[in-house]
Design a protein around this ligand. Structure first.
Ligand code: FAD
Ligand code: FES
Length: 317
C-alpha cells in the first residue's frame, strides 16, 4: 500500500510540474493536449498497475512463500526453491508464471515475472530458475534460507496438453528459456506422452541442469561453439531431420522461437511458443505486454499468454 501511495503521489506531482511547465511556455493547443494526454495516460497506467497488483492480493492470488534453498547453477543463474509453509500451493499448469516481489531493492518497484520451473506438490515446493540480469534478479540472489517472498501465482495460461495419446513431443529451449520446460516435461510424461528436450546454449558454461531434464525424456544439446552437443543453433540439430514429432513447445529468445516456428510450419507440426514480453502488472490491467496477433489485434501476453499457438502469431513469413 505504501508503494501504491508513493506512485500516486509522485506521479500526480510530476503531472502538475510538467503541466505547469508546458503551459507557461508558448506552443500550439494540439501539441499541449498531446503532451498532457501522454502524461495523463502514463500516470493513469502506473496507478492502475500498482492498484491491480494490490487488488490481486485481495483476490488471494498472493502467497508468502519461504526460501527453502538457493543454489548457484552458473555464474549468472540461480535455482530458487520456495515452499508454502501452510500447504496451500495452488494448482499450477506448466508454462504459467509467477510475479515475485523484490523487497529491500529501492530501484525495483514492480514484481518480476518468472516462469514456473518445477512444482513438487508433495513437498509444497516451487522452483524458479532465474538469470541474474538486473537489480531485481540480482537482489533475488541475495535471499537467505527462511526468508519470506511474496509471490503472485499462478499467472497466464500455460501449455496445452496434446490431445493425441502418446504424442511425440519436442520441447525446445534456449538460454533461460529452458526454465518452463522441466515442469512441462514432467506433466507430459505423467500424461503418457513421449518427451524429447532440445536445449541450446552459447557454450558449455550455459548448459544447465542436464540430469534434471534427463529424468523426463531424451536430451539433445547444441552450443554455438560446439563445446557440448552439436555445434550451432537448436534448429541445426540433426534430430529435427531424423525424427517426426507430433507437437513442439518452445521458449527462448524470439529469433530462436521464430526459427523453430518456421520449421514447424514447414512440417505442419502443432507448435506452441511462450513469449517473454516485458511486463508490469502481469494481470492484464496495464497493457504494457501486448503483442500483435495474425489478425492485427493486440493480445495481452500476461493474461492471454504467455503461451500462444504459432498459428495465432504473424510469424508465417
Ligand atoms: C512470462 C515471463 C516469464 C519469465 N520467466 C523467466 C524465468 O523463468 N527466468 C528468468 O530468469 N527470467 C524470466 N523472465 C524474464 C525476467 O522477468 C526478467 O529478466 C526480469 O524481470 C528482469 O528483472 P531485473 O530487475 O533483474 O532486470 P531489469 O533491471 O528490469 O532489466 C535488466 C535487463 O533485463 C532486460 N529484461 C527485463 N525484462 C525482460 C524480459 N521480460 N525479457 C527479456 N529481457 C528482459 C532489460 O531489458 C534489461 O536489459 C520472464 C519474463 C516473462 C515476461
Ligand atoms: S503486464 Fe500489465 S497487462 Fe500484461
Amino acid at each position: 500500500m505504501s508503494i501504491f501511495l508513493f506512485f500516486v503521489g509522485s506521479w500526480l506531482m510530476a503531472v502538475g510540474r510538467y503541466t505547469w511547465a508546458y503551459f507557461s511556455v508558448p506552443g500550439n493547443v494540439v501539441k499541449r493536449w498531446n503532451a498532457f494526454s501522454v502524461l495523463f495516460l502514463s500516470c493513469f497506467s502506473l496507478i492502475l498497475v500498482t492498484f491491480a497488483q494490490n487488488f490481486s492480493i485481495l483476490m488471494k492470488k498472493q502467497l508468502n512463500l519461504k526460501v527453502e534453498n538457493l543454489k548457484k547453477i552458473t555464474e549468472q543463474h540461480i535455482l530458487l526453491s520456495l515452499v508454502a509453509p501452510n500447504g496451500d500451493m495452488p494448482e499450477i499448469k506448466a508454462g504459467q508464471f509467477v510475479e515475485v516481489k523484490v523487497d529491500n531493492a529501492p530501484t525495483v518497484f514492480l514484481r518480476r515475472p518468472i516462469s514456473v520451473h518445477f512444482v513438487d506438490y508433495a513437498k509444497q515446493r516451487l522452483d524458479l530458475l532465474v538469470a541474474l540480469v538486473g537489480d531485481g534478479t540480482r537482489k533475488m540472489a541475495t535471499l537467505s534460507v527462511g526468508d519470506e517472498v511474496s509471490v503472485l501465482l499462478p499467472l497466464g495460461n500455460g501449455f496445452p496438453m496434446p490431445t493425441k495419446a502418446g504424442a511425440k513431443c519436442l520441447l525446445v529451449g534456449g538460454g533461460v528459456g529452458i526454465a518452463p520446460l522441466l515442469y512441462l516435461g514432467d506433466r507430459l510424461k505423467a500424461a503418457g506422452h513421449q518427451v524429447s528436450f532440445l536445449l541450446g546454449a552459447r557454450n558449455a558454461g550455459g548448459v544447465m541442469l542436464e540430469d534434471e531434464f534427463k529424468k523426463f525424456g531424451s536430451l539433445y544439446l547444441t552450443t554455438e561453439d560446439g563445446s557440448v552437443g552439436e555445434k550451432g543453433f537448436v534448429t541445426n540439430h540433426s534430430i529435427l531431420e531424423k525424427e517426426q514429432f507430433d507437437e513442439i513447445f518452445v521458449c527462448g529468445p524470439t529469433p530462436m522461437m521464430k526459427a523453430v516456428a518456421k520449421y514447424a510450419y514447414a512440417k505442419n507440426i502443432e507448435c506452441y511458443v511462450s513469449l517473454e514480453n516485458k511486463m508490469a502488472c502481469g494481470l492484464g490491467a496495464c497493457l504494457c505486454c501486448v503483442t500483435e496477433d495474425n489478425k492485427g489485434h493486440n493480445r495481452c501476453v500476461c493474461s492471454e499468454g504467455p503461451v500462444f499457438n504459432i498459428n495465432e502469431l504473424p510469424w508465417q513469413n
